[in-house]
Write a protein that binds this ligand. Structure first.
Ligand code: ATR
Length: 287
């Protein structure tokens, strides 16, 4: 991991998150906890930025000496126009969630997929090598996760989506070394038979529609790992039913949020933050 130009001893750091809306972002509370645990004097600002203010905001980020920012909806793609450099992750995923301001340049990264995979490895499956993984959904979140998963050498990645074309298109962006295939939701039943890990990347089941489920759990093989990117609720209906009715090991989305922030912190400050403290801060703010 590359390191930014600040260390613990260099005085207060200025960071922030841009998005629209931004009022409900948990990043400020999470980052404040990370700074506290690391003994850093830091300020992490919540910046409400509308699309037509993006260019001006990026100019301010440079001018006001921000060490970096996080980028959230709806700016993850548009912000790339205002950066000097893009990391491989951001190029391949086509979206940026973390910007590092170092040596007068703004460089974009994407830590969403890597954050998800680190969380999955820490909390559910320590080694993804040789595993068959199915993702539900073929949007931006799925794209980041496919990219990060492939670095872990799985045996096969299956993307299943309501709109089959989008699944095929996303799958088609990868070389054939590790098979990545796209299918329709209707084909999920048959394909699930060989799956080790099922990941929901769609918004189905998210608050307030918590009774929705992306597919019936009776087609999920018993005992596999089922993961959901959603963290509100902390346990979606998909996870609850997979755990109770299919004996699955389940993995919720909170860890992805925590680790995408932890990896951003590492890019900015050059060392690993205390993820347990970060997780607890988010949990406390949810209740
Ligand atoms: P994100 O960046 O969170 O991935 P997105 O790019 O809008 O958001 O993608 C949302 C994904 O969830 C898509 O794969 C979408 O399926 P379509 O491509 O068919 O639109 C999927 N999705 C959203 N709502 C859904 C629903 N009610 N049932 C099934 N899939 C759904």
């Amino acid at each position: 991991m590359s390191t930014a130009n600040h260390t613990k001893d260099k005085g207060p750091v200025l960071l922030g998150v841009i998005g629209d809306p931004i009022a409900h972002s948990k990043s400020p509370v999470m980052m404040a906890a990370a700074f506290g645990a690391a003994g850093i004097a830091g300020e992490y600002r919540r910046l409400h930025v509308k699309s037509d203010q993006l260019e001006e905001t990026l100019r301010d980020i440079r001018g006001q000496g921000f060490l970096g920012i996080n980028v959230t909806i709806p700016h993850k793609v548009a912000v790339m126009d205002y950066l000097d450099e893009l990391d491989e992750s951001a190029k391949k995923i086509g979206a940026v969630n973390t910007i590092v301001h170092a040596n007068g340049k703004l460089k974009g990264y994407n830590t969403d997929g890597a954050g998800y995979v680190r969380s999955l490895r820490e909390e559910a499956v320590s080694d993804l090598t040789g595993k068959t993984v199915m993702l539900l959904g073929a949007g931006g979140a799925s794209r980041g996760i496919v990219y990060a998963l492939l670095q872990e050498r799985p045996k096969r990645v299956i993307i299943v989506n309501r709109t089959e074309d989008k699944a095929r298109q996303l799958a088609g962006e990868y070389s054939a070394e590790i098979p990545v295939e796209g299918y329709s939701m209707e084909q999920a039943r048959e394909l699930l038979l060989g799956v080790d890990i099922l990941i929901n990347t769609t918004s189905v089941g998210m608050h307030p529609q918590t009774e929705d489920i992306p597919l019936p759990v009776d087609i999920i093989p018993e005992g596999i790992v089922v993961s959901d990117l959603i963290y509100n609720p902390l346990e979606t209906k998909l996870l609850r039913e997979s755990r109770l009715l299919r004996g699955c090991k389940v993995h919720g989305g909170l860890g992805m949020f925590v680790y995408q922030g932890a990896i951003a912190f590492e890019y900015w400050l050059g060392f690993r933050p205390d993820v347990q403290v970060m997780r607890q801060a988010v949990l406390d703010s949810l209740t």
